[in-house]
Design a protein. Structure first.
Length: 233
């Protein structure tokens, strides 16, 4: 091709308004868009090459998309048309498959269930799963986790208070609770428990020192003292 990749990078922005093939807007988590139809590829080879260069420059483009885009840039004008009409969609689906497979080892029951449905479905099913289905399945798993915390007799007053707030809130509230709120609520409960230990009559000097150290420590140090440290002393 006549244009070098450096030149393509420089001209991509300048020629963008003239492009008749829109560059896909890819989500940050995973590429989920579908390539334009063949009827939309009516630009010049230079315009198509710039469109492909923009796809390569998009940090959200996956490995398969970049691999096939580089092949198209190194190929003929017909290769570039083929990539933009059909190759891009196939490469995006390959990247989507990889993204979904990576969710299986660590996903909760709902995420794994919906991920397997998407893997067994069509490219459109995988797009839909990554665009909206994953978030819904994750929230379902989060709800189950929070309900289990409420049912756990070891959960303290602060944990139950914040867990109920999360259940009554939004999906984002539940994510925030499990990511940071649970840790802070447990620390609040643990501090109360440490104060109770310090108030016991006849507490030993060693246990008092360990309890006071934990009280001034991190949430993790408090948890360690409550679950293990007090018994070791």
């Amino acid at each position: 091709m006549k244009l070098t990749r450096a030149a393509l990078a420089l001209t991509a922005g300048a020629l963008a308004p003239a492009l008749l093939l829109a560059t896909p807007s890819l989500a940050a988590a995973a590429p989920v868009t579908v390539a334009a139809s063949a009827s939309t590829v009516v630009g010049s080879d230079t315009e198509n090459a710039v469109a492909i260069a923009k796809i390569l420059a998009d940090p959200a483009s996956g490995r398969a998309v970049k691999r096939e885009a580089n092949k198209a840039l190194d190929g003929t004008p017909a290769d570039r048309v083929a990539f933009l009409t059909t190759g891009l969609a196939k490469a995006q689906d390959e990247d989507n498959l990889v993204t979904i497979f990576k969710l299986l080892p660590t996903g909760g029951r709902a995420v794994v269930r919906e991920a397997n449905k998407a893997l067994d479905g069509t490219p459109a099913d995988r797009v839909a799963f990554l665009a909206t289905g994953l978030a819904k399945a994750q929230d379902e798993d989060n709800l189950v986790t929070i309900v289990k915390l409420l049912a756990d007799p070891a959960s303290g007053k602060a944990v139950k208070r914040e867990a109920n707030k999360a259940l009554d809130g939004t999906a984002l509230d539940r994510t925030a609770f499990l990511k940071t709120g649970l840790r802070l609520a447990r620390a609040e409960d643990d501090r109360v428990e440490v104060v109770r230990i310090l108030a016991r009559p006849g507490i030993s000097d060693g246990l008092r020192a360990a309890a006071e150290k934990a009280l001034n420590g991190t949430p993790e140090e408090l948890r360690s003292f409550i679950t293990v440290g007090q018994y070791q002393v």
